[in-house]
Design a protein around this ligand. Sequence first.
Ligand code: ASP
Length: 584
Amino acid sequence: MYRSHTCGELRLADAEKEVVLTGWVQKSRKLGGGITFVDLRDRYGVTQLAFYRDLDADLYEEANKLGREFVLQVTGTVKERSSKNNNIATGDIEIHVAKLLILNKSDVPPFTIEDETDGGDDIRMKYRYLDLRRNPVRKNLELRHRIAFETRNYLDKQHFLEVETPVLIGSTPEGARDFVVPSRMNPGEFYALPQSPQLFKQLLMVSGFDRYFQIVKCFRDEDLRADRQPEFTQIDCEMSFVEQEDVLNIFEGLVKHLFKVVKGIDIPELPRMTYAHAMKYYGSDKPDTRFGMEFVEIKDLTAGKNFGVFDDAEYVGAICAPNAASYTRKQLDELTNFVKRPQIGAKGLIYVRYETDGTLRSSVDKFYTPVDLAKWAERCNAKPGDLILILSGETEKTQKQLCELRLEVGDRLGLRDKDTFNCLWVIDFPLLEKDEELGRFFAKHHPFTSPKKEDIEYLDSDPGVVRANAYDMVINGVEVGGGSVRIHNSDLQEKMFEVLGFTPEKAQAQFGFLMNAFKYGAPPHAGLAFGLDRLVSLFAGLDSIRDCIAFPKNNSGRDVMIDAPSQIDIEQLKELCIEVKKSE
Ligand code: ASP
């Protein structure tokens, strides 16, 4: 028996017990006067080992030689501590060690393995296996496990079957670039790694599986951001004989279940917001509804006063920042610089201060009288003490900029509390999205999403207005999941491919198997997928999904620990029939 207890479980009630513990030396403190304390750590916690010269001089000397991260097995007696530590669960006791066995030595670790470490990001990524010994990192993975486990639990109770789908497949059109894998046995041909199991889960519906899910790795070769990794995990689901309403209800149930059992939070019924509403009032299809500050259009109130910037603009939109009239010149300049950054691209920011004494002062006083400003304030529902911020220009662009500004001001005003969770469904997405440069339509969700029945008639005449039976779940401004009711009729699917600019031959070559399958009694079906990484990082209050992935990639898509990707042997390449030109 290596151990009788873990390093996290002994309490005062265990006093005088003989125990055997194993773990890593987190740190040791030589107190002088012949006493040395060693903190022994494992996954479950830290227990203090005490070595007294008076009790055993040899052992005491041995303990003083222990280095950080040595792996130990100790036998000893649980004793009440004289000075207790309320910060840790085992803080009332210590172990008076009788026997010490070094199971393994350790080099000095490149950073301290404690909650607060001295290691920077890069070094911790390089030694990720050591970083994972730290509490905050390990806790995120424990949370991830809990969420995945409870997801399986909930879905199993709802009669979902977990079915594995292949990883070496052809391309799945989810709108990103594929990672590809050369096939040795089929020279010159490639597999693609799945961007999602979309087509397979739909085929499983044709097979009669009825309720499918899979917690599954997906791969997308996209530029990386804080909430994106080249490989990520989805909770992928599909159901037959359902309408949108059924899907929303089942998965609202899943999220409520997760919040309840994992965080002890009761989530109220999820509000539903149309895509059109979200864009008009938040400038985003994933609005952060933890706070108000919805957009207010004031173009009509600003017109005709010789202020060219507004007069020439297609859109003039305002947000009202509560209790921010006291913002200093410097703070307002910061906001102006924020919206002028190239990533946001506004030309300038106009403000109206609604002073607490009721006066209105703006950065455009030359053009507008207090009476004009009062009208704006009234429409914005502003109160004395508030600050109105205004952007103008082309509608869509300006709404996007206003969205960024709203989030920034929300941050600055402390309105985006990580412990508050606001969940909602965004529904009625457009079916298609026009790429102005290429002058053609793309599927907004994916090509298997069904149009709303009442909009099908516009597929030819005005495809841009057709709405989809598609939905996203948004929590605190993060899209945590999304899906759609699918097309299950091969004629409509063919029509959809046509609208998307596929020739019948190309559609047949790429998706012939799906359209064929649909000829053999495809049931009506619908589904969605949640991003597990995003869900976990939201639950944990993390800024990046990297922190809840055991071995993530860095921003250049590299695993710096194993140093991948890497070059491969010429021989290996030859075998794969891949020719590489030698770089000069
Ligand atoms: N396959 C979709 C995605 O990965 C989700 C779905 O439509 O079920 O976003």
